[in-house]
Structure formats: C-alpha cells, structure tokens
Write a new protein. Structure first.
Length: 591
C-alpha cells in the first residue's frame, strides 16, 4: 500500500518537478544544482568535522532544547540523517535507551568512523552506522519513528529520491523533522545557500508528499519543522503552502510571511488570517487554485477578503498572489451518469478535454474521482447518495450514517457537496408524515457536515420519498441549517410537476438553492428518453432557465444530467458542451 501510494504520488509530481522532455537530474550522479528555485548547497567535507563539535554550537543552535521538543521516547527507532560525527546522534542514543535504535546515516565513511570512536568511548551499543548513497539513505522499510535532518536537507543533491526512501522508512505515524537556519533573518551569520525559509521548506516537503504537523521557533538561529506522510492529495502543495502562510500571518512576523507571497504582491498589504483557518480549494484559471477561507468553526471571516488566489511562479513554487472577496462557484460539470463509468482517470480526462469544469460523481467513488479531477485542474463538485431514512434509524443512526460521514470526510477541503436523495421504506413519495424522522436523521448528518465544512444539497428524485423540490424546501425550512439546501433537477421537475416553467419555484428557493442539474428535454415529455436528452435537443428553453437562475441570484454549480443516453459519452458530451457554449454567448448578449 505504501509503495503504491508513493508511486502514485511521484507520477503526479514529475510534471511539476521536471520540464517536459527533460532528463531527470536525479538519474545522474551529480544530481541537482537547483530545486524549486533554490540553490543546492555543497556538502561540508569530513575534514571539517571539528566544526560540527565547535564550542559555540550549543549557544548557536541549542541542540538540547531541540531534542526536548522532539520528545524522543525510550524504545523508539530514530534516524539521524546526515549525522556527521554525532552532535545529535549520541544524545539521541541515550534518549532511546538500550531498547531503542539510532540509525546514523552518512555518505562520507570517514564521518562514520569518527562517530564510531565517540560512541565506543560512551559505551553506546544502540547506534547502527549506515553508509548511505547520495540518492538513498539505505534505511530498512518501516523502521523509523523519527527521521531527523539537521542542517542537511538543503545539501541534498537528490532530494526527491532521498525523501522517497525516507517516506518508505517511516513507521505509521512517523515524523520527518527538518532543522534549517532561518533565511528570513539576515542576522543569522550563515551563507545564504545554507539557509532556508519556512515557505521553501513547506513547499519542498509538500512536493515530496509530506504535510506540516508541527513547528518550533525557540531555537537561536534555526527553525524546526516536523512533517508526516500526507494522504494522496493532488492539491497538497497549494494546501500546505496556504496553511503555513495562515499560521505565519497569524503570528505577525512579516519576515516569515514575505517568502510565502508572490514577488509582485505586497505582503504587508495582506490582511491577517486565523492560523486555524478552514481552507476549501477549487480550480481557478490558468492553473491557479482558489481557496475559500473560513474560521475553524465554519463561520465567515470578518472583512471582505475571504478567498486566496494561489499560483505557481517561474521557479515552480506555489505562492499567495492575493486575498480578495470570494468569487461565485460558477462552472459546468458532467454528472457521472453520463461519463460512461470505468476508471476515474479516464472519466476525468474525457470531461476536462471537452471543456467541463469537472465531474458530479457518486458516493462510492468519491476519493478517486476527486483526485482524478483535481490532478487535471478540475473539481469533483458533488457526490450523490441515496439514504433510506427508516433503515438508517432502524440500524442505529451511527451505523446507518457511517457511509455518508465517510463521504463527507472524503469531500472535506474541496468544493464538493453531498447530493442526497431520501427514501423512507413504508412511506409513499411526498408523505409529509415522514418529516420528523427525516429531520432527526439530517440533524445528525449535519453535525458531520459542520465538522468537515461540506454542504448537503437535498436531491429531489422521482419515485423517492423526497420526490419534489417542494418536499426539499419543506425540510430545509424545518431544519434551518446553513449547510442544508437543495439541488434543482430539471428532468425530475418536469417528470413530477406537470409544469414546464420552474421560475416561480426557483424564486421560492432563494439561498437554499445550492446546485442545479439540467439537460436537453421535451417540455411535456413523460418518459426519461424525452426528459433527458443532450443539450440543444428538445423544445425546453434551457436558455430561459439560465436567465431565471441569474435573476434569482443563483451563483452555484450547474451539472449536466446524462442518465440513459444511448450515444457514446464522448459524442453526447461534446454535443452538450457545444450547446452550452452557444447558450453562454446568448446569455452574455442579454446581460
């Protein structure tokens, strides 16, 4: 599982780390001279080892304080990567005790000889000397609770390959800690190429698939940052950059903040953010990522700047370009009902190639569809699920809602909603006597929605207990929760209402209207083949519907329904996209 995740991550990162057609520099013995805009420093030769034990080092670095922060425990396995002659290695060996192990990794065997002599003098038998290679620390798989790199990472000529091996060497929940001289502080008397900013450390570790877990600023000249292996996340780099930026901005040190910000943006003009800000990422234009920002409890930030714009500079580094008022979640998405099924990557590739902003998916495939869309600069805008209220209550709410809670967690941190159709075993469609049971179950589910920041849009569906938009509105009014709204579905409206004009109903929805699905249709059709057609087919005036949505102030996502279409997905999706583009031209002309 770990190796598969690493392989998937590296495949994702390669386009970011290498120009198209370029040879991987880490396939060469010399490795990299630069990485993400940073000059790789030259490694100190072993003949200078005495400097590592200089009398002033404790005053300059306070290794004892660092090790107290690390909280190494007896019995743990720790790696001192780039250990030199053992400034940290030997105290760590004492800390882990006779039942623990310290792997001392060095590429210069002479350093290991010096370390072995010092370990022998202190009678420490739990230090394992490991002569690593420039691209491989040669650690056993799943062997380390902690891998420590003190003043080392910035000298790695093969950082991608080394960190790949480090990841494989971590135990579940293990940490990687980088300690680097503060480049933000001109008062630190170290050569620039031997210093790193927090922003650069976070950027590079995200590129390696690690997320920031903790940081320590109490050392005289250095900062220490602890990382853990991140889940497979196509937007890990911008997400990590923004989280670290928010923490730095909350701390108020402009020197720390500035390296997070694009070169042409004024860091001092950016407003403060809570360090625990909730972040929801979605695709922007030209490869940018937009981040909707809220307080940790989901409440709106004060002021008018609650969206960050993140972009990549010429060196491949993610930066904060601006903070601004949140822009509407506009977009046109293909529902999974019309993408042909199959592999998530294939579905995402098809819809993005044809110009859709992403996919409206299903609960079962949430994680893979989200990753596939985000890796291609799109979004998973929703996951669809059906909940039988009566069965959920009968099996116990906790057990009955477990799949939906997992789905909400899989959607967290992105723009996706849960589109929820409701059934009630034993009750006919539209039977309001089932409202109390539905309200109780929704109340439980909305607690999970609050915790994850995901919205729930009730999905009226012909034949379900929740069959009409009026049913959904009735429940929304009963519950009155800001994360509960509805998705208007054109085909189900036409099938159940007997009315070809949804305008009055949409006006009633107001702010409860979270999303819309549409398609070509015959206004007075009675069967699905007439109610679900490619856009541009049928006599229903979709352009009029779009104007109505504009008039009622709807600014949410619109998805294309494709259930039951017989043409191949590429054919009918392309037909619908062409019609959508014509509708946008006509729509713009009317404004």
């Amino acid at each position: 599982m770990i190796l598969a995740a690493v392989a998937s991550l590296l495949l994702l990162l390669l386009p970011l780390l290498l120009p198209q057609g370029a040879v991987d520099p880490e396939a060469q013995p010399a490795g990299r001279a630069q990485f993400l805009g940073r000059e790789v420093a030259q490694t100190m030769h072993w003949t200078g080892a005495s400097w590592l034990l200089r009398a002033t080092r404790e005053d300059e670095e306070n290794g004892a304080l660092l090790r107290r922060w690390l909280e190494v425990q007896p019995g743990q396995s720790v790696c001192d990567l780039g250990c030199g002659n053992g400034y940290h290695t030997l105290p760590l060996a004492v800390a882990v005790g006779a039942t623990g192990t310290v792997y001392a990794v060095e590429v210069q065997p002479e350093m290991l000889q010096l370390l072995a002599q010092r370990a022998d003098r202190q009678h420490l038998a739990n230090v394992k000397m490991v002569e690593g290679a420039v691209d491989d620390p040669k650690l056993p798989a799943a062997s380390c609770d902690l891998v420590l790199l003190v003043d080392v990472y910035h000298e790695l000529t093969h950082p991608v390959r080394v960190l790949q091996h480090v990841r494989a060497a971590l135990k579940l929940g293990g940490r990687v800690v980088l300690v680097e001289f503060r480049a933000e502080d001109p008062g630190v008397p170290i050569k620039p190429e031997h210093k790193m900013t927090k922003a650069q450390v976070v950027r590079e570790m995200a590129a390696h698939g690690f997320e920031l877990a903790a940081q320590f600023d109490g050392l005289p000249w250095q900062h220490a940052l602890a990382f853990t292996a991140a889940p497979d996340d196509a937007r890990l780099a911008p997400r990590q950059l923004l989280r670290a930026f928010a923490a730095a901005r909350a701390a108020g040190d402009a020197r720390i903040v500035a390296p997070f910000v694009a070169a042409d943006a004024d860091a001092t003009a950016l407003p403060p953010l809570p360090g625990s800000a909730r972040i929801e990422l979605r695709a922007g234009s030209d490869g940018r990522v937009l981040a909707a920002l809220a307080n940790a409890d989901g409440s709106l930030l004060g002021g008018a700047r609650d969206e960050a714009v993140l972009g990549v500079d010429g060196a491949g580094r993610w930066c904060v370009e601006a903070l601004r008022a949140r822009t509407p979640m506009r977009g046109f998405y293909a529902m999974h009902t019309g993408t042909g099924g199959g592999a998530a990557d294939a579905q995402a590739a098809l819809v993005r190639e044809l110009g859709f902003d992403g996919i409206a998916g299903d609960l079962e495939h949430t994680a893979e569809l989200r990753h596939a869309c985000e890796a291609r600069g799109g979004d998973l805008v929703s996951s669809y699920a059906v909940l039988d209220v009566a069965r959920a209550a009968a099996s116990g709410v906790n057990e009955g809602l477990a799949p939906l809670r997992a789905g909400l967690q899989a959607l967290a941190g992105g723009p996706g909603m849960l589109w929820l159709a409701l059934q009630q075993t034993g009750r006919a469609p539209r039977d309001a006597a089932g409202d109390d049971a539905a309200v109780a179950v929704l109340g439980e589910l909305l607690r999970a929605a609050d915790a994850t920041g995901v919205e729930i849009a009730l999905y009226p569906h012909q034949g379900c207990w929740l069959e009409t938009t009026e049913d959904a509105l009735r429940l929304c009014e009963r519950v009155r929760h800001p994360r509960l709204g509805l998705c208007f579905n054109l085909c189900h409206f036409l099938r159940t209402s007997g009315d070809a004009d949804p305008a009055p109903l949409l006006q009633r929805c107001g702010a409860r209207l979270f999303a819309v699905t549409l398609n070509g249709a015959d206004s007075h059709g009675t069967e699905w083949p007439t109610l679900i057609r490619p856009l541009g087919a049928g006599d229903f005036e979709v352009g009029t519907l779009l104007c109505t949505l504009d008039a009622v102030g709807f600014a949410g996502p619109i998805a294309l329904q494709g259930f039951g279409l017989s043409a191949p997905p590429r054919e009918h999706l392309a037909q619908s996209m062409a019609a959508w583009q014509r509708l946008q031209v006509a729509r713009a002309a009317k404004k």
